[in-house]
Design a protein around this ligand. Structure first.
Ligand code: AGP
Length: 594
């Protein structure tokens, strides 16, 4: 996690850096800071959000600088632990995203050599190492310092008297934004949209020397040319557009996301990816790996693909797979990651590739690490997602999974036509859910006083229950757990009662009856029940204390409308509880540490 930025050019660096940092706060926001080159280096930092730091600062004069917004890994959020971190002389400043595994040993060595390290961060060893190796050549000193470091060290260094920034990428993203006699560095594209649409993605092991007039990149000691890319996202994509929160804006963008994502897939005559197994015998034995919300999309994908293509699908959390998962070269794997930068997901890609397995990535970010490591990439067209809670990218992932499965569906042509028609109707149906926002907000206000809530679903809506609970807990801080409907009686029933409501997702398929049985059992234990169900199901509505309806839909697509309703529920519960919806405590958008 953490967002890092750099600027070199003719503008006042302070305002560029603070502006860009504000757009990277989704990566971490427990403290922040900037260092600006003037006569020496001026560092300003604190354990506050970027806006508060900006307000507190007097104007600085320099036109070169670096900045950081932090998600703490080593040392609590505090002024001293905030970045930039400096060397003993205060002439070298560094911002860093990653984890230095051998920092303890390096600290001890540096201390023995007379360096005084003031913070508890792993990062602080970097400026001290640069200081140690500096003999008149800043770039060489950085290169030499990095040789001592084990771990992940995407960073930017600034030195007094040097009109250049030195940046390195290892295991977390870093891009260079190309301007007119000015250049930018940032962890992610949204930070730079106001300034340029020309970017270079650095690769692992790259060291870049950036000045106002140009960029030089080396990898493994040799100069290398990295291609320039044009960014298609607009400035508006990364703004709130009149909504109170990014999350609400992103929830409302979902009809558009489905249309854009489908339009791109429909335009291609070929299936978006080949599910044929390594032996060429047709799809068999698919492995899906992901984390968090993307893992829930993967679980829905398992039900879609098993239901349509009739092949066994394993869906595992990437981190668990990395430690214990078995894989053979015959497996075909899908790795789902909206950011394309999640460390656990990237480790899974590497493990799969080492086993000789073909990897298809589903991601929202063009040029992301996942897209570069995978054999093939399917893009979702959600646009930048700023809110930490994933919403529109989840829906984009579901659309990708439906479209991936359809060419291989073992169903007759009439059913296939029906499915494609229903898929094309999804933007309209999602809009109908959004049109019901006021009613959902009203129920949310009534749910906001509880401290424990269960979510249940069955079959393809079991992952929807998991996702509903994740969304609620991450933004409202209510303890929420998602369960398979049939599993609740095997233990969690002990927690039921009038202060523990249950949200039950009821679909119009073979899971309907058993979920209704579960609801009756739950009611008998006095838990209030909120039923999420299709319009017109009056019998089920009668069982419920609260009802949210969604438009009638083919059960295969019910996760799409149900998830949107649960996103709105989570949003309005969090709003009622006055939570910082876009930036929940302790979280970050892109988890680039293990
Ligand atoms: C979802 O709301 C979370 N922010 C989180 O679970 C997220 O989905 C997870 O960290 C995976 O991220 P990725 O899709 O970028 O890999």
């Amino acid at each position: 996690m953490c967002g890092i930025v750099g600027y070199i050019g003719a503008r006042k660096a302070q305002s560029v850096l603070l502006d860009c940092l504000g757009k990277l706060e989704y990566r971490g926001y427990d403290s922040c800071g900037i260092a600006v080159l003037n006569d020496g280096i001026e560092v300003r930092k604190d354990a506050v959000r970027v806006k508060a730091l900006a307000k507190a600062l007097a104007p600085l004069n320099g036109t070169t600088g670096i900045g950081h917004t932090r998600w703490a890994t080593h040392g609590e959020p505090s002024k001293v632990n905030a970045h930039p971190q400096c060397d003993c002389t205060g002439r070298i400043a560094v911002v860093h995203n990653g984890v230095i595994n051998n920092f303890q040993k390096l600290r001890e060595q540096l201390a023995e050599e007379g360096h005084t390290l003031a913070s508890q961060t792993d990062t602080e060893v970097i400026p001290h190492l640069i200081e140690k190796y500096y003999d008149g050549d800043f770039v060489k000193a950085v290169e030499r310092a990095l040789k001592d470091i084990e771990g992940s060290y995407t960073m930017i260094a600034l030195m007094a008297g040097e009109s250049r920034l030195v940046a390195a990428r290892k295991d977390s993203p870093l891009i260079i934004g190309i301007g007119d006699r000015e250049n930018f560095l940032a962890s992610d594209v949204p930070a730079l949209l106001d300034y340029t649409s020309r970017v270079i993605y650095l690769e692992d092991g790259d060291i870049a020397v950036v000045n106002a007039g140009g960029v030089r990149v080396k990898n493994n000691g040799s100069p290398i040319v990295r291609e320039e890319h044009k960014i298609l996202w607009s400035v508006e994509d990364a703004q709130k557009g009149g909504y109170e929160h990014f999350m609400l804006k992103e929830i409302h963008e979902q009809p558009r996301v489905i249309r854009d994502t489908l339009a791109e897939y429909i335009a291609s005559a070929e299936p978006i990816a080949d599910l044929t197994a390594a032996g060429g015998t047709g799809p068999e034995d698919l492995l899906i790996l992901a984390c968090g919300t993307s893992y829930h999309a993967g679980l829905v994908g398992k039900y879609i693909i098993e239901g349509l293509v009739k092949i066994p699908v394993r869906c595992e959390m990437a981190d668990e797979f990395n430690y214990a998962g078995q894989v053979s070269a015959r497996n075909k794997a899908l790795v789902i990651t909206q950011s394309g930068e999640t460390t656990d997901a990237l480790k899974a890609v590497k493990k799969l590739k080492e086993a000789g397995c073909e990897v298809i990535a589903i991601t929202n970010v063009v040029g992301s690490t996942a897209s570069r490591l995978a054999d093939r990439t399917i893009y979702t067209r959600a646009g930048p997602e700023i809110s930490v809670a994933a919403t529109k990218t989840f829906l984009g992932q579901l659309i990708a999974l439906y479209w991936l499965a359809l060419p291989y569906a073992r169903v007759d042509i009439r059913r296939l036509d029906e499915l494609v028609r229903e898929l094309r109707q999804l933007p309209v149906k999602v809009q109908q859910v959004l049109d019901n926002e006021a009613a959902i907000a009203d129920i949310a206000r009534q749910m906001a006083g509880y401290e424990n809530i269960f979510f249940i679903g069955k079959g393809i809506n079991y992952p929807v229950a998991l996702e509903g609970a994740l969304k609620l807990k991450e933004i409202s801080y209510i303890h929420a757990e998602g369960y398979a409907a049939g599993e609740l009686k095997h233990g969690p029933f002990a927690l039921l009662g009038s202060r523990t409501p249950v949200v039950a997702v009821v679909a119009q398929d073979n899971t309907c009856e058993p979920v209704i049985t579960s609801i009756k059992e739950i009611k008998a234990r006095r838990s209030p029940v909120l039923v999420l169900m299709s319009e017109g199901d009056d019998d089920t509505a009668e069982l419920a204390d609260f009802v949210i309806t969604v438009p009638q839909i083919d059960p295969l697509f019910s996760p799409v409308v149900n998830s949107v309703a649960l996103q709105l529920l989570a949003y309005y519960v969090a709003k009622q509880r006055d939570c910082p919806i876009d930036f929940p405590r302790n979280l970050a958008k892109s988890v680039t540490v293990e």
